[in-house]
Design a protein around this ligand. Structure first.
Ligand code: PLP
Length: 411
């Protein structure tokens, strides 16, 4: 894989015959992830930031096949929960290279991280509240820490992801210098960190760079106060085009903009893309089971639902939909929804799609980031299987759940 892979992958670019065979073999709804695309996205991103240390933010997609693909490609992993740390290790990550971003961490998470660090002192723990550092100290931890800064600027595709201006995330900007002095005595303070938002595309890029500039300023302030920092981490947030008419980010230009925003910095620059790496590497295959013409709309019922992909219901997200069975049929405005008894269970409303018929196979695109990760069992629906395309090979990387999996822990 090289970094001259195309910067965006649309549904039309997937091999429709191959997808049809996968649906026939594994049933629907089905997640299909292309591991070469995962690696290519990572490599394109990393090559735009040649002097940065790029970590993959695991929460976008913590599947083992994805994590090990990225580890093989040379990525390190950023985790935000103990389970993600364990899964990164299971996929082959050296615990000394992991970074754990603690957000209101439950005791169990801090216990796990402190124990892990006792064996693997290279682990870095990022805190965004004084309490987190006090609780680490109470566990006898005096290792590597970073301060998560609240830059006061939030960016991204939806209010619910604009973390940079949400008081929940990070230490208020003006309190960071004093806290740094203090933490430098109590721990090995190695970095500062911020993550301002998610899904940043063209319109948001200047705001995002403003946030990055503020964080870099703080990095310099702390460097001066404590005599050096190992890294300044600017988080993730780089978006992908979900709509067919949106252009992808030109990562070479983004790389230059970010470098300009950062300015002179002795510390290493770190970045933590999640969405950018996985979003267009995965789609969902779903079968049409109902066509209902009503005066208000043509309703197309499918077997995927908000339990399969919750982003449209949760973030009003647009996901491209393509009729793989008959992409060339005349397009008609339709509303596509699943079997859940809520009006939120809808993937699109009045969107022109090549006129679906019963038993057609549809693809819902850009499902790699926060897709399977947010899948759930609403309506007692077992979660779908996931198949990985790996060059010429295909293999199942997650079995389809059964109803027994849904009820297994009931007593
Ligand atoms: C979610 C998250 C990321 C990744 O964000 P993307 O928008 O998926 O790139 C990176 N860093 C932290 C701390 C996060 O919480």
């Amino acid at each position: 894989m090289s970094h001259d892979s195309p910067p965006v992958r649309r549904l039309a670019d997937w091999d429709h015959d191959r997808l049809g065979r996968l649906a026939a073999e594994h049933a629907t709804p089905l997640y299909v992830v292309d591991l070469d695309r995962v690696a290519a996205n990572y490599e394109r991103f990393a090559s735009a930031f040649p002097d940065a240390h790029v970590m993959y933010a695991a929460k976008a997609h913590t599947g083992r096949a994805v994590l090990s693909t990225l580890l093989d490609a040379g990525a390190d992993i950023e985790c935000a929960a103990w389970g993600e740390l364990q899964r990164a290790i299971d996929a082959g990550a050296d615990p000394n290279t992991l970074q754990y971003t603690a957000v209101n961490p439950p005791d169990r998470d801090l216990d796990y991280a402190a124990d892990l660090a006792a064996e693997h002192p290279g682990l870095t723990i990022t805190g965004g509240a004084r309490d987190t550092f006090d609780r680490l100290e109470a566990r006898g931890y005096d290792g590597r820490v970073a301060i998560r800064i609240n830059p006061g600027i939030g960016t991204g595709h939806h209010e619910k992801v604009a973390t940079g201006k949400d008081a929940k995330f990070g230490i208020p900007y003006d309190e960071v210098p004093e806290l740094a002095d203090e933490l430098n005595e109590r721990f090995d303070l190695v970095g500062v960190h911020a993550h301002a938002g998610s899904g940043v595309l063209h319109d948001d890029l200047d705001d995002h760079c403003r946030a990055i500039g503020k964080v870099a300023d703080m990095g310099r302030t702390i460097e001066d106060r404590i005599g050096g920092l190992e890294f300044v981490d600017f988080g993730g947030g780089f978006g992908v085009p979900y709509r067919e008419d949106e252009a992808p980010l030109d990562m070479q230009i983004v790389g230059e903009k970010v470098r300009d925003a950062v300015g002179e910095l002795e510390a290493q620059i770190k970045l933590e893309p999640g969405r950018y790496v996985v979003a267009d590497s995965e789609l969902i295959l779903t079968e049409v089971n109902t066509i209902k013409e009503t005066p208000a709309a043509t309703v197309v019922g499918v077997d995927a639902s908000l339990a399969t992909l919750i982003r449209p219901a949760m973030f009003d997200s647009y996901h491209p939909i393509r009729n793989l069975t008959a992409p060339d049929r005349e397009a008609e405005p339709v509303s596509v929804g699943g079997p859940c008894c809520t009006s939120a269970d809808v993937f699109c409303t009045d969107r022109p799609i090549a006129r679906p018929e019963r038993e057609d196979l549809l693809a819902i695109g850009n499902a790699g980031a926060y897709g399977y990760e947010l899948a759930n069992q609403f309506h007692s629906q077992p979660r779908p299987a996931e198949v990985a395309i790996d060059g010429d090979e295909t293999r199942i990387v997650r079995e389809r759940e059964t109803l027994e999996d849904v009820t297994r822990l009931e007593r």
